[in-house]
Design a protein around this ligand. Structure first.
Ligand code: ZN
Length: 168
């Protein structure tokens, strides 16, 4: 189920109850659902970090980054986020460079969602490295975006303390 579809379904489901449903932000992997789906992982980087994305090399400046990914394996979103939050992982994906060096602060979770749809929702945020995290994606320039100071999440995403404490 795409994020757009999920949103419509949520709006329909909540239109009568007038409840303002927001996509949740989890600060720990244990708090994430075990469903398959997509996530937007927020990572704080404290020092400049040289990274590789295929043939490209770049240096990420200190700051906040958001990475859009999918979790369709066993254990779903909870298992994938647990891996992202573990230090000293063997490098398998581009984003492992960032999560090993930086501090994953948590993630917005979209059970049944699609990483590319989430990425489109964040299209106003700058792409720091072309192709980063999107080698197997034909739609997106990258699955990593810089989260500039003062940027706000889309209106139906939770506003986590991890962001508010830093910038507000
Ligand atoms: Zn994509």
């Amino acid at each position: 189920m795409s994020v757009v579809y999920a949103r419509r379904a949520l709006r329909r489901a909540t239109a009568s109850s007038k409840v303002n449903v927001m996509f949740a932000f989890v600060e720990t992997a244990a708090a994430a659902p075990r469903d398959s789906g997509a996530y937007a992982l927020l990572v704080a980087l404290g020092a400049a970090l040289p990274v590789e994305a295929g043939p490209r090399r770049a240096t990420l400046s200190p700051g906040l980054y958001v990475y859009c990914g999918s979790a369709n394996g066993p254990g779903g979103l909870a298992a994938r986020l647990a891996r992202h939050m573990r230090r000293d992982k063997p490098r398998r994906w581009h984003v492992d460079q960032l999560t090993n060096a930086g501090a994953p602060l948590g993630a917005w979770v979209f059970p049944g969602g699609c990483e590319c749809a989430i990425n489109v929702t964040l299209k106003a945020l700058p792409v720091p490295v072309e192709g980063f995290g999107s080698s197997d994606c034909r739609r997106c320039r990258a699955h990593l975006r810089l989260w500039p100071a003062g940027a706000t999440p889309p209106e139906d995403w939770a506003r986590p303390a991890a962001l508010l404490n830093r910038f507000e």
